[in-house]
Design a protein around this ligand. Structure first.
Ligand SMILES: C[S@@+](CC[C@H](N)C(=O)[O-])C[C@H]1O[C@@H](n2cnc3c(N)ncnc32)[C@H](O)[C@@H]1O
Length: 407
């Protein structure tokens, strides 16, 4: 059993669900302050899994157990850097430790290294750990230049680990901002959310008995029938997953094609190794595919772009239109993509008085051959969906996972 601490992104309930979806034998031990999840796994986590986690900012692996104390940390650090010769870089990522104690700790670590004949460089400050980009650049994650210790203190808790993964912010920013086609009129899906949706897709494919989803390096064929500018297809290609993408708007087809060509060039992803097909198609019309995909992962229409908070009347109008779209799409998927699981997002309008969710679609799903599932307990104890909301957005997204009814 391996124990980990995940520093969660700004949608902690979704981050936790993502971990539950991808971590083998995931068992949640504790959530601190809605920000850090302590969990165990039945297998060590592979770097490839970590690079594709959209909802975890930093991940640390536990070293030792609860018998350790602050006084042991210099020794723990020395143990972790035995393979590194010459000057060592180290950092401390602490939670629940006062800046004064962090300062003392850092000095003690430096002294211990000096006694051991090692010059050292400290990254971070007594109030803030090193930026994640620095962890990559300073070679602390792979241990090539040193290590960052993670220390979490709380009531009845003393947890020590080493940081083993951190999100590469520069890479996300590049994918998000530098892709050639951005379309603010359809809403911009953040690459991290696309990664999360794809991880739910992998989980659904596994639950659905897809053999290639349970391989050591899983490869699943993803279909996005509302592809827009292609953020989900781009993230699928980055994972080496073949992708099908369609949209009813010609502009979207051009956008996705250009963006996929760009990511292929940037990341050297060959078409013959990881194929992709993009075509124009109305998702309400029968899908005619040579081969069924392993999973549909899609951000369906968010409706009219909102520059201001919608009135309740406007939101209700959008809702009625969207219910019809979702119903048409799901009935079509049930008919022409039989047995294929789906990860979808549905819009949620934030009015002055309340959040307006889709409703009628639930009745429709009762008639269709799908179960709505989640890898974790539902957040509000009722609806088995996940609500992605940003304070600055007027339209949020409800994440819905549809598993074909198992025979
Ligand atoms: C919210 S956007 C998707 C954005 C996308 N995730 C991206 O990365 O840019 C929804 C897309 O659904 C498309 N759409 C709306 N109704 C459709 C339909 N009936 N069939 C197919 N696509 C549709 C729109 O053209 C739009 O591109």
């Amino acid at each position: 059993m391996q124990h980990y601490a995940a520093f969660l992104g700004h949608q902690p309930h979704i981050s936790t669900a993502e971990l539950a979806a991808v971590v083998p034998g995931f068992s949640l031990e504790k959530v601190l302050d809605k920000k850090i999840a302590l969990f165990s796994a039945t297998e060590p986590l592979k770097p490839s899994v970590l690079n594709a986690l959209g909802g975890t900012v930093v991940l640390a692996e536990q070293i030792g157990g609860s018998e350790l104390s602050l006084a042991d940390l210099p020794k723990v650090l020395l143990n972790e850097i035995t393979k590194k010769r010459g000057k060592v870089t180290f950092g401390l990522r602490t939670v629940g430790v006062s800046p004064k104690v962090v300062r003392q700790l850092y000095r003690k670590c430096k002294d211990a290294l000096k006694k051991d004949g090692r010059a050292s460089r400290y990254v971070g400050s007594d109030r803030k750990p090193a930026a994640t980009v620095l962890l990559h650049d300073a070679g602390l994650l792979d241990g090539s230049q040193g290590c960052e210790l993670t220390v979490i203190m709380g009531e009845d808790l003393f947890w020590v680990g080493k940081t083993i993964a951190a999100q590469d912010i520069d890479s996300y920013t590049k994918r998000d901002m530098e892709k050639p086609v951005r379309d603010t009129t359809v809403g911009l899906l953040p690459p991290k959310l696309a990664q999360i949706l794809l991880n739910f897709g992998l989980w659904l494919a596994t639950e659905n008995g897809c053999k290639s989803a349970i391989k050591k390096t899983p490869v699943i064929m993803v279909f996005d029938p509302f592809c827009g500018t292609g953020v989900i297809p781009m993230e699928a290609l980055l994972r080496g997953w073949p992708v099908l993408a369609s949209d009813k708007a010609q502009k979207a087809i051009g956008g996705t094609t250009t963006n996929l060509d760009w990511i292929r060039k940037e990341e050297k992803i060959l078409k013959k190794e990881v194929p992709s097909v993009v075509w124009k198609h109305d998702a309400l019309k029968p899908f005619v595919l040579k081969e069924l995909p392993d999973v549909v992962v899609t951000e369906t229409s968010l409706g009219t772009p909102m520059k201001v908070k919608p009135t309740l009347k406007d939101a209700m109008k959008e809702k009625a239109e969207n219910e019809a779209l979702q119903e048409g799409f799901l009935r079509n998927a049930a008919e022409t993509l039989p047995g294929v699981p789906l990860v979808c997002t549905w819009p949620v309008w934030r009015t002055k008085t309340k959040a307006v969710f889709l409703e009628k679609i639930w009745k429709v799903i009762e008639e269709l051959p799908y179960d709505i599932v989640l890898p974790v307990e539902p957040e509000d104890g009722e609806k088995p969906t996940l609500f992605y909301r940003r304070p600055d957005h007027f339209v949020g997204r409800e994440i819905v996972l549809l598993l074909p009814k198992q025979k």
